[in-house]
Design a protein around this ligand. Structure first.
Ligand SMILES: [Zn+2]
Ligand SMILES: [Zn+2]
Length: 153
């Protein structure tokens, strides 16, 4: 499968719904806006994979992909298998994803954020996945000291 990078939430939803159906034909894929620290959930009783709203809207596409594959592996092995279970680990390997649970905040910043700006005066960093028009055109200034921002990633 080719890597299709998109920033549009609906396109992302369609893409990942299709990915889920490819491996788990009777399952559904839903956005859960109440999830805070949990990035994704596999609900075996309702055969649903739920995704954190902030993650699907703003998260790095590749990370979202890895997380959805991780949840698909959960769905494939069933609820009685833990993260250290060999059947689960093998499913993750086959899907080319990590068997370790993904925790919000535990992901490296450079993977979570596509763009990184730094204030040239006070050093404050600004992390973004989507750029506002102001950032694109370079007229946004540091919120703290009004210094100019430099794109470092
Ligand atoms: Zn897991
Ligand atoms: Zn500053």
């Amino acid at each position: 499968m080719d890597m299709i990078e998109t920033d549009k939430t609906q396109e992302r939803l369609d893409f990942f719904t299709e990915l889920v159906h490819e491996h788990l034909p009777n399952w559904s894929f839903k956005v859960n806006s109440r999830l805070q620290t949990t990035l994704a959930l596999t609900k075996y009783s309702s055969r649903t994979i739920e995704i954190n709203k902030e993650l699907i809207c703003n998260g790095n596409f590749e990370i979202v992909w890895n997380i959805v594959l991780h949840e698909i592996a959960h769905g494939l092995v069933g609820f009685h298998h833990s993260h250290t279970n060999s059947a689960f680990i093998n499913h993750c390997k086959a899907l080319n994803t990590s068997p370790a649970p993904y925790i919000k905040g535990a992901l490296p910043d450079d993977l979570m954020w596509k763009h990184l700006y730094k204030c040239m005066r006070c050093g404050t960093q600004y992390r973004r996945n989507r750029l506002s028009r102001g950032l694109k055109q370079g007229y946004v200034r540091c919120r703290i000291c009004r210094g100019s921002l430099e794109k470092i990633k």
